[in-house]
Design a protein around this ligand. Structure first.
Ligand code: 5GP
Length: 119
């Protein structure tokens, strides 16, 4: 699937749409989900144009991949989620229920997030 430069997260990255920013560095932007599913619900997105986790893993540079996961670690630590735990999810494609075609990791926590769900 080709990257759609008009997707909503691309518009957040280029400043056309505002977000409630949690963290930013040269590799990622992290912001609160507009429809939180847990007391803490943050989305971490790479600044590069990648559709999905498989696109990111296959095509991103090592610096981008390292930067992304270092940021996920820093954000989860800074938000105080590590001791009691949290869930990280990357929905992918039609069967995965991905709505926004720019790779993103959901970080959910701040309380029990329940069992994994399969429809
Ligand atoms: P997906 O289903 O693609 O894994 O998740 C997309 C997420 O993006 C959803 O949890 C949805 O609430 C969130 N979202 C969609 N549009 C916006 C927006 O404009 N701003 C923010 N902060 N989150 C959004």
């Amino acid at each position: 699937m080709a990257y759609d430069p008009d997707n909503i997260f691309a518009k957040i990255l280029n400043g056309d749409i505002p977000c409630d920013k949690v963290y930013e560095d040269e590799y990622v932007l992290a912001f609160n989900d507009i429809a939180p599913q847990a007391p803490v619900h943050v989305l971490v997105i790479p600044k590069g144009q990648y559709v999905s986790i498989d696109d990111f893993g296959a095509n991103a540079s090592e610096a981008e991949i390292t930067g992304f996961y270092r940021a996920v670690a820093k954000i989860s630590q800074d938000l105080g989620l590590v001791d009691l735990g949290f869930r990280s999810i990357a929905n992918t494609g039609e069967h995965g229920g991905q709505e926004v075609p720019h790779f993103h990791m959901h970080i959910l926590g701040g309380g029990p997030v329940g069992p994994m769900v399969c429809a």
